[in-house]
Ligand binder design. Structure first.
Ligand code: SF4
Length: 330
């Protein structure tokens, strides 16, 4: 007899408040100012989101130098170092900062501890844009600790004046392990005033942990360069799934992954639109996985308002339109 086929669908999954705000920022800027709108780096780490915005007139660049002088540039959700703002000013760019407010919070912590002359141990992945941006706030005070093994290489000036901060999208469990390793060497290491790993990252990992022990395989919809999506795949395997696969699109699912898989878990990273998850469910339904149960571990209601500089221009444009209408009617 063939085992029954079912899907467990994690909730929360997909878009977080910071990604939603960043994507809306580019969309609203395109509507307000018209194309092209320049975006420094991928606005969020998702192939589909980036190509959709390109289709609407966004131009993605690596650095400010590629943006024509005086043009509008949007900074991505991952945040930028202060020098990037300075470069934009020097080129007379009109910058709209779509940095997630929860990344900005980590920047503020870094500035504050650096001003108090602390050594700051930033737990994160080398080369990730968010880490580069946060480090840029206080390069002389910050050392990167890339995972538990990195803890052994740290040197500090005063073991009584040292604090750890972290990238927002790390594995919660691995970060606790890194902190424990650091504390073996630095017992007086201070913790951040509040969690740096954001609510969206930890909620998505909790949902996968709840679901994975009952899954043969877990499909994570997300891009290879998305830190939080990569972590979901690792968490799924650590929590008991036989295998975890990271895919951008349903078309990337390989039939052999489904061999002997009666329960397939599905989730998505914080930068993934839910339509891509629905396409995965359709793909699975066509192969007999019609029974879908949502595993809910948290409800999310957080919403961030758009960047001030954009809201100000949107308000001015609305007022100008209202004045025009009033004049036409008078
Ligand atoms: S994953 Fe977290 S820090 Fe990153 S954009 Fe989303 S809410 Fe902000």
């Amino acid at each position: 007899m063939t085992a029954s086929k079912r899907v467990l669908l994690a909730k929360p999954r997909g878009y977080c408040a910071g990604v939603d705000r960043a994507v809306q920022t580019v969309e609203e800027a395109l509507k307000l100012y018209g194309a092209p709108i320049y975006v420094r780096k991928e606005i969020v780490h998702n192939k589909h989101v980036v190509s959709t915005l390109q289709g609407k007139g966004a131009i993605f660049v690596e650095e400010n130098e590629e943006v024509p002088e005086g043009a509008i540039v949007v900074f991505s959700a991952h945040g930028v170092a202060p020098e990037v703002h300075d470069q934009a000013k020097a080129r007379a760019l009109r910058a709209i900062d779509a940095t997630c407010p929860l990344v900005t919070k980590v920047h503020q912590e870094a500035r504050r501890f650096a001003a108090d002359d602390y050594d700051i141990l930033l737990i994160g992945h080398e080369g990730h844009e968010e880490v580069i941006g946060t480090t840029g706030e206080a390069p002389a005070h910050i050392q990167l600790v890339d995972g538990p093994d990195g803890a052994d290489k740290v040197t500090v000036r005063d073991p009584e004046k040292v604090v750890w901060l972290s990238q927002t999208t790390l594995s919660v469990d691995e970060t606790l392990e890194t902190v424990a390793r650091l504390k073996q060497r630095l017992p007086l290491l201070m913790s951040p005033p509040s969690d740096d790993i954001c609510y969206a990252t930890s909620n998505r990992q909790d949902a996968v942990k709840a679901m994975a022990p009952d899954c043969d395989i877990v499909l994570v919809v997300g891009s290879q360069n998305s830190s939080n999506s990569q972590r979901l795949r690792e968490v799924a395997v650590d929590a008991g799934a036989r295998a975890g696969y990271l895919i951008d699109y349903a078309s990337e699912i390989q039939e052999e992954w489904l061999t002997d898989a009666s329960t397939v878990g599905v989730t998505s990273g914080a930068s993934v639109p839910d339509e891509l998850v629905m396409e995965v469910l359709d793909f699975l339904a066509q192969r007999g996985y019609n029974d879908v149960a949502e595993i809910t571990t948290a409800q999310e209601k957080l919403v961030f308002s758009l960047p001030q500089e954009l809201k100000r221009d949107m308000k001015a444009a609305a007022a100008a339109r209202a004045a025009e209408v009033a004049q036409t009617l008078s």
